[in-house]
Structures are given as structure tokens and as C-alpha cells.
Design a protein around this ligand. Structure first.
Ligand SMILES: Cc1cc2nc3c(=O)[nH]c(=O)nc-3n(C[C@H](O)[C@H](O)[C@H](O)COP(=O)(O)OP(=O)(O)OC[C@H]3O[C@@H](n4cnc5c(N)ncnc54)[C@H](O)[C@@H]3O)c2cc1C
Length: 388
């Protein structure tokens, strides 16, 4: 049996639900189809269970895309303040953790409840536990699921990226784009831990977290890094993973704000061993690892200038070569996706396929760590919601 709706949204994540709410508010008859038995599974696990739902400092510079201008219009029309107003309306208690990142005080489940309550107000129908198998277009779209077909004027693809497949990520959205002749920008895991090319002694530091400034030729992030058994993680590394390319070095300053050369110059007469001296500025385990064996226990005063300069360089400019990322299983997002050249930045509609929209992570727009990805989901969902 074929049922009829104005709009079918595929994927009940942040972007899909938000688009459905907006379209329903305009009086459109909206169906959301979700393959999981539960909606918003990524929202529930996000932000360590507290959902970092936006960032008050969101601006286009916080996003990676082949067209950095594409996100501007949508971000300007639905801002962090707009979403904060909605959160307040639902009496959800929240706080700023750091750097403009807003988290629920209680649970990320509250954001899902907010979206479901708004869907109900907008008379949106949600069908869970149903994968969309195929989409055809003649005069209208025909959306095929295992339990029947739906005819509609507009289809919104909100099926997300490839990261965290265990909570429902599929490549369905990219497949639809290809079928309708839209270009896909190459995808790769992002906001993801990185794996050392050679592991050496650093595995001994697994679990250690230190303040650092991490940079590539493009950008620098100052936050913590976390040593893992195979490489590095922590916020500064997740941020730089959005910009890291295979074969390129990452530079890590382990004493950010301190010039290690000057530090040695002003303490040239110190009688402390090199390791003990460095332990004043960094955890002892790290101080030991960055003190070359032959001079680690020597008093600083007895160490030659060249050796100290080399240590200083390795502290302020530790050049790290990574072999790979930890992959989609550990990545918070996917870089790349449906090319923004194929979409209207005002509405998210495919330029050459009227009635077909792409929103959220499936599009080639990826945010930094810190609430930016949800803000993109709300903003792109809002933009499409006004047009479907
Ligand atoms: C562990 C983790 C923590 C994160 N924390 C944060 C955070 O705190 N703040 C932040 O801003 N971002 C965070 N992110 C990123 C953020 O979750 C995503 O960018 C955002 O959820 C993308 O929303 P979306 O609606 O585009 O896609 P998704 O949320 O991935 O939703 C897509 C939906 O489509 C469904 N689907 C897929 N294929 C089909 C099909 N064929 N038929 C029907 N349904 C289908 C999926 O099951 C899924 O429910 C986190 C990500 C992860 C993995």
C-alpha cells in the first residue's frame, strides 16, 4: 500500500528531527523514517552522555569543507542563541564547560525528549525500526521501506556520516546522492585519535594527559593531549585530526607559553638532574621520556649547550609522524560527503534534483570538537525545514 506525505525525512538524528519539526510547524505533513528502534542514538551518547548541544562562539571558521562559505547562510539564520532559547523553553538545565561549549547538566536524553516533544507539536509522524531501501523519482518521490512505500513531494536525506557504525551510521545518503548524479567529496574519519607511525617508548605514557599546543601548517589548538597505547588522543589531537593528512607531520609544543631554550638559559647553573628539572614543568613520566638517556640523570649545569638545545627543541616542537587514524569506529564525525557545489546554501536542496534535500553530517561540512556539529545539524535542518 502506498501512503502519501508532503515530506519524508530519512534519519531521525539531530538534523532530521529538527528539519521535521520546522516543516511540520509550517503545516507540512511530515514522516520521519529511522532504521534504529530508537531515535537520536548519537545524541544520547554525545558529550559523554551530556550532549554538548551547541557552542556560543560558532562561526563559519569552525567548520571544514571544500567550500568554506557554504555553511554561512544556514548558520546565520539559525544561531546558537535560537537553540538556547528552545532549550530554556523546555526547562533543560545547562552549563558552559569551557570555550563556549554548552552541555546539559543532567542528561543528553533531555535533548532527545525536547526534539520528540516538538515533533509532536508539529504533528510529525515517526516510524522507527525501518530502513529506507530505495528512492525513485517520477512526478513525485517514491520512498521504499520494508513495510511499504510512501509517496511525497520532498525527500530529506539526514542519514549522517560513517562514524560510529554501531549506533546506526550507514552510507545510504552517499548512495542516494550518487544515484541522482550528485558528486561526493572523499570521506575520512575525523575528530578521531591518531596512531603513531612508530610506537617507540611513548606507549609507557598511556593514560597520561597534558596541556599542549598542537599544530599543522593550517592551524594550532591549545588543549590537552592524551597518550594512548598506540598514539595520541585528547581534545587537541581530535581537533587537529580534522586537518591532518597522511604523510604530514604534526608539531606538538609540550610546554605551551614557555620558551624551553630561555628556560635552560636562565637555569643554566641548576644542579637538578635534567629529569627532575623538567618535572617542575610537566609530569615526571613525560619529563623522563623527553630526557635523552645519556643525560637524563646529569645535573643541568653539566650538560652541554647543544644537548640542551636539542631537548628544548623536542619540548617546544615535538615533530610527530602518524601512520593513520583509529578509524570510523572511534571517530566522532566524517569529513567530506555530498558536495556543497550540488546544493543550495539557502535551502540544502539539490540544485539539479528539485525536492531532494541533504542536511547534517552527510553534507561536506564538518565542525570542530565543541558543539559545532550539532549546531550545523540544527542550522541545516532549519534551512531545509523552511523550504520542503
Ligand atoms: C561518540 C560521539 C559523541 C559526539 N558528541 C558530540 C557533541 O557533544 N557535540 C556535537 O556537536 N557533536 C557531537 N558528535 C557529532 C554529532 O553526534 C553528529 O555530528 C550529529 O549527530 C550528526 O547528526 P545527523 O542528524 O546528521 O546524523 P546522525 O545523528 O548520525 O543521524 C542519522 C540517522 O540516520 C539513520 N539512518 C541511516 N541510514 C538510514 C536508512 N537507510 N534508513 C533510515 N534511517 C537511516 C541512522 O540510524 C541515524 O539515526 C558526537 C559524535 C559521536 C560519535
Amino acid at each position: 500500500m502506498i501512503t502519501k506525505f508532503d515530506v519524508v525525512v530519512i534519519g531521525a538524528g539531530a538534523a532530521g528531527l529538527f528539519c521535521a519539526i520546522e516543516a511540520g510547524r509550517r503545516g507540512r505533513k511530515v514522516l520521519v523514517v529511522e532504521r534504529n528502534s530508537q531515535v537520536g542514538r548519537k545524541i544520547i551518547i554525545s558529550g559523554g552522555g551530556r550532549c554538548n548541544f551547541t557552542n556560543v562562539f560558532t562561526s563559519p571558521e569552525n567548520f571544514v569543507s571544500n567550500n568554506p562559505h557554504f555553511c554561512k547562510s544556514a548558520l546565520a539564520r539559525y544561531t546558537p542563541d535560537d537553540f538556547i532559547r528552545l532549550v530554556k523553553k523546555h526547562k533543560i538545565d545547562f552549563y558552559e564547560k569551557k570555550l563556549g561549549q554548552l552541555f546539559c547538566r543532567e542528561s543528553s536524553r533531555q535533548i532527545v525528549d525536547l526534539l520528540l516533544a516538538e515533533c509532536e507539536r508539529s504533528r510529525v509522524e515517526i516510524r522507527t525500526g525501518q530502513s529506507v531501501l530505495k528512492i525513485d523519482k517520477q512526478k513525485y518521490f517514491l520512498v521504499e521501506t520494508a513495510s511499504g512505500s510512501v509517496e511525497c513531494e520532498s525527500v530529506v536525506i539526514a542519514t549522517g556520516g560513517l562514524s560510529f557504525p554501531k549506533v546506526g551510521a550507514t552510507d545510504f545518503g552517499y548512495g542516494v546522492a550518487r544515484e541522482f548524479g550528485l558528486k561526493i567529496e572523499p570521506t575520512r574519519p575525523a575528530l578521531v585519535p591518531l596512531v603513531f607511525e612508530t610506537n617507540g617508548e611513548t606507549g609507557k605514557l598511556a593514560g597520561l594527559s597534558i596541556d599542549a599546543a598542537v599544530s599543522t601548517s593550517d592551524l594550532e589548538f591549545r588543549e590537552n593531549i592524551l597518550f594512548t597505547h598506540r598514539g595520541l588522543s585528547g581534545p587537541a589531537i581530535l581537533q587537529i585530526s580534522n586537518y591532518w593528512k597522511k604523510g604530514s607531520d604534526v608539531s606538538i609544543d609540550l610546554l605551551p607559553g614557555t620558551n624551553a631554550h630561555e628556560l635552560f638559559n636562565t637555569n643554566a647553573r641548576s644542579r637538578k638532574s635534567l629529569t627532575n628539572f623538567l618535572s617542575q614543568f610537566m609530569p615526571e613520566k613525560a619529563a623522563r621520556l623527553f630526557s635523552p638517556l645519556q643525560i637524563a640523570d646529569k645535573p643541568v649545569v653539566q650538560i652541554g649547550k647543544t644537548d640542551l638545545e636539542q631537548v628544548a627543541e623536542s619540548l617546544n616542537n615535538w615533530k610527530v609522524r602518524f601512520r593513520d587514524t583509529e578509524g570510523y569506529d572511534k571517530a566522532e564525525v566524517t569529513i567530506g560527503g555530498v558536495s556543497t557545489n550540488e546544493l543550495s546554501s539557502q535551502t540544502m536542496e539539490a540544485t539539479n534534483v528539485s525536492g531532494l534535500f541533504f542536511i547534517g553530517e552527510v553534507v561536506d561540512v564538518t565542525g570542530w570538537l565543541g558543539g559545532y556539529n550539532f549546531q550545523w545539524a540544527w542550522a541545516s535542518g532549519y534551512a531545509a525545514g523552511q523550504a520542503v
